[in-house]
Design a binder for this molecule. Structure first.
Ligand code: GDP
Ligand code: IMO
Ligand code: MG
Length: 423
């Protein structure tokens, strides 16, 4: 049963890119199962840094085949530009990238509607990449899929119907100008030439690979607390980053899933709006942002920073079925005299029994903290768990115990070698 699911266990940006790249050494296929170019997955190899938005983070290993599954929403402009940049950097993509014929496309009107809706009072703080509107069309059953790019007539027909409807909304609801139907059709009809070689039935491909005993890493984007069903709705993305999304987003049965690994940052961050109980709106939060370089890999926005939240992680571990965790960015805490971990939530003096996913309650909770002594020494050069300072090991053990998880790997820097395995 060789499918290994990698999920972001918090609000995204946990370091999935680094971990997936590292684990790819022992895999055959890396497959992205949801989200779109809202993701920004960073991989550092030597002195080079790459940020991937749609292409799976296994691409830097020549033996890996990368798959973009049916659950992903693909902006063909963003995809082609990413392929181009990787090729220019000397990464060989030929024959190593497969795109699901069933994946839905992000069109210019999705990005436009996303940006316009964000100007309203109910802003989510989206990445503006058209993610929500593209998933709306998918579930409305008017979406345009990757396979449609291969038939110019069908593409023109579907685009025309969509743009005419969107033009009504743009002009009548939002008072914007109309989009040019013919110009968009002409631009997108050209994608058949560039994208054709990558398109296939990826569900069929993955299922055959599984029968041959190939090892697949299912790479999630975003994080569990941004899940449209299980996250802090409505301040979420429009897909299912939780582990269940891997099966529907790739077309593989749950019976093949061998392990579920949660990627966990040693503290918390969140980009965009929505409740964040342990947020630090003070110098300590600023220090985390500065040392952790907490600025969005996709939009460059400053990430909101706060203490590690064991209540949120316990919830995330439950809905994902996380068996083991990878703790990242532990080195960012090197200079802190003291850290705190949120071990409970209180509302009106009463302790909550579980993580509330309704925004009103989550916004009103008071976190209960436990304090931990800082280690005040650089740990980026440490490679053995036993060589970590005692205070570091105490902090790590608390993270595992308080969340009911087991630590598998610890990351102490962005590079591949800055990694250690727990005992
Ligand atoms: P992703 O979206 O989960 O892939 O994470 P991002 O790439 O958006 O953000 C993680 C950032 O932290 C990137 O800049 C990584 O290079 C960096 N990073 C990953 N692991 C570590 C680590 O252990 N220590 C430090 N200091 N940086 C890390
Ligand atoms: P990776 O894969 C962090 C956030 C946005 C916003 C909300 C909805 O790099 O971890 P959307 O554009 O998806 O409609 O925005 O979700 N968001 C992310 N935050 N990391 C991401 O991806 C994110 N992708 C979306 O900031 O709050
Ligand atoms: Mg990211």
């Amino acid at each position: 049963m060789p499918v290994h699911i990698i999920v972001g266990a918090q609000w995204g940006d946990e370091g999935k890119g680094k971990v997936v790249d590292m684990l790819s050494e022992h895999a055959d296929i890396v497959a992205r199962y949801q989200g779109g170019a809202n993701a920004g997955h960073t991989v550092c190899i030597g002195d080079k840094t790459y940020v991937l938005h749609l292409i799976p983070s296994g691409i830097f290993h020549q033996h890996i085949t990368c798959v973009i599954g049916n659950g992903v929403v693909i902006d063909p402009v963003a995809l082609m530009s990413e392929i181009d940049q990787l090729q220019k950097a000397g990464i060989d993509i030929k024959g190593r990238l497969l795109i699901s014929h069933n994946a839905h496309l992000i069109m210019p009107y999705h990005k436009m509607l996303d940006t316009i809706r964000e100007k309203s009072a109910n802003s989510i703080g989206t990445t503006g990449r058209g993610i929500g509107p593209a998933y709306i069309d998918k579930f409305m059953r008017v979406g345009i899929r990757i396979v449609d790019l291969l038939d110019r007539d069908i593409l023109a027909q579907k685009l025309k119907a969509n743009i005419e409807e969107k033009n009504q909304i743009l002009t009548k609801v939002y008072g914007e100008t109309k989009m040019d139907v013919d110009a968009i059709i002409a631009e997108y009809q050209e994608f058949d030439k560039s994208i054709d070689e990558y398109i296939t039935d990826t569900s069929l491909y993955l299922n055959s690979a599984l029968k041959e005993g190939k090892r697949i890493i299912a790479e999630g984007a975003q994080g569990a607390l941004l899940d449209v069903d299980h996250g802090t709705y409505p301040f979420v993305t429009s897909s299912n980053p939780t582990s269940g999304g891997a099966c529907t987003g790739l077309g593989i049965p749950p019976t093949y899933v061998d392990s579920i690994t949660g990627i966990v940052k040693a503290y918390s961050t969140r980009v965009g709006n929505g409740p964040f109980p342990t947020e630090l709106l003070n110098d300590t939060g600023e220090k985390l942002r500065r040392i952790g370089h907490e600025f969005g890999a996709t939009t460059g926005r400053p990430r909101r920073c706060g203490w590690f939240d064991a209540v949120a992680l316990r919830y995330s571990a439950t809905v994902n079925g996380i068996q083991q965790i990878v703790i990242t960015k532990l080195d960012v805490l090197d200079e802190f005299d003291e850290m705190r971990i949120c071990v409970g939530y209180e509302v009106g003096g009463k302790k909550l029994k579980s993580f509330p996913t309704d925004v009103k309650t989550l916004e009103s909770v008071t976190p209960v903290y436990e304090r931990f002594e800082g280690w005040k020494t650089p740990i980026s050069g440490v490679r053995e768990f036993a060589d970590l300072p005692l205070a570091t090991r105490r902090y790590l053990n608390a993270m595992a115990e308080l969340t009911g998880t087991r630590i598998h790997i610890i990351s102490v820097g962005p590079r591949r070698d800055q990694t250690l395995y727990a005992r």
